[in-house]
Design a protein around this ligand. Structure first.
Ligand SMILES: [Zn+2]
Length: 307
């Protein structure tokens, strides 16, 4: 067997594992996103198995991520500011999932969570993680007017009024609320650095490291204007239970901090090393959805914000 064929078989089996829960569900006929409609089929499409898998979910009508068209988003004056309250001591540990790195929080109490904004209930913080590219030209999951940022932070919360735990909320209506924050290159981010400093300890898949108190509200932008829409998880099980809250303003991180993300590996200890990069899902069709804005969507000053 040639090395090339061996890789194909490996890639297929990994994709199969990741997507098996979806394939086993009874669903409507499959729809595939055409290559043309996915804006980011680029040469940075390197060898991560998920990138070779199906780019659309069979029967899905509200999949994420999406491209946010600024001019098509609709200002809703009823959208109140999001109330964010995180307790730094509920931060537990950080680990390498084999696809990204994730910081876990104690969600037994209401200590850390969000409410208000588009949400009718209180949602508890479960974890946060990032998606990023191999190069600075792409890496975010959502895009704004076709522009991809080099990375995107996701803070994942579950509805603790309607559901007993995260697992139930993942598959439930209005189960999850995820805050998305774009990262752009700029000044050094001081609080992110305490996390970056731990990354060498979790280089390989399944590695885990303890974390001291960490308040993730330090990773939110100063301006809390946001877009919101009904979507899904962007990793399996891809369930359509997510209220997305995408911050309009990106936060700045130093190039060296983003480079530190790229020193992580998809592979476990003892396996052939594969760089953890391009761990973002391709764009999904908007279909019959609206994107709502908490702010007046005039074009004034918007271009300068994104670059
Ligand atoms: Zn994510």
């Amino acid at each position: 067997m040639s090395g090339r064929n061996a890789w194909k078989i490996l890639a297929f089996s990994l994709v199969e594992q990741m997507w098996a829960p979806l394939w086993s569900r009874p669903m409507k006929p499959e729809r595939w996103c055409s290559q043309q409609s996915c804006a980011r089929q680029t040469s940075t499409n390197t060898l991560h198995p998920l990138r070779t898998g199906p780019v659309s979910v069979p029967g899905g009508t509200r999949q994420s991520p999406i491209n946010i068209q600024w001019k098509d988003s609709i200002y809703d004056p009823r959208l109140k500011p999001l109330r964010v309250s995180y307790d730094a001591v509920s931060c537990l540990y950080v680990w390498n999932t084999g696809y990204l790195f994730q910081v876990e929080f104690d969600d037994v109490t209401e200590a850390s969570g969000i409410s208000g904004g588009p949400l009718e209930n209180h949602y508890r913080l479960k974890q946060f993680h990032f998606h990023w590219g191999a190069v600075n030209e792409g890496g975010s999951e959502h895009t704004v007017d076709g522009h991809a940022y080099p990375a995107e932070l996701h803070l994942v919360h579950w509805n603790s009024v309607k559901y007993r735990n995260y697992k139930e909320a993942v598959v439930g209506e209005n189960g999850l609320a995820v805050i998305g924050v774009f990262l752009k290159l700029g000044v050094h981010h001081q609080t992110l650095q305490s996390l970056v400093d731990i990354l060498p300890k979790i280089k390989h898949k399944d590695a885990r490291a303890a974390m001291g108190p960490f308040d993730p509200s330090s990773l939110l932008p100063a301006c809390r204007d946001y877009w919101t829409y009904a979507g899904s998880l962007t990793t399996p099980p891809l369930t359509e239970s997510v209220t997305w809250i995408i911050q309009k303003e990106p936060v700045e991180v130093a190039p060296s901090q983003l480079s530190a993300f790229r020193t992580l590996l998809f592979s476990a200890l003892g396996e052939e090393e594969k760089m953890m990069v391009n761990n973002y899902r391709p764009l999904q069709p908007l279909m019959n959805r609206k994107v709502w804005a908490s702010f007046q969507t005039t074009n004034e000053g918007t271009r300068s914000l994104r670059r």
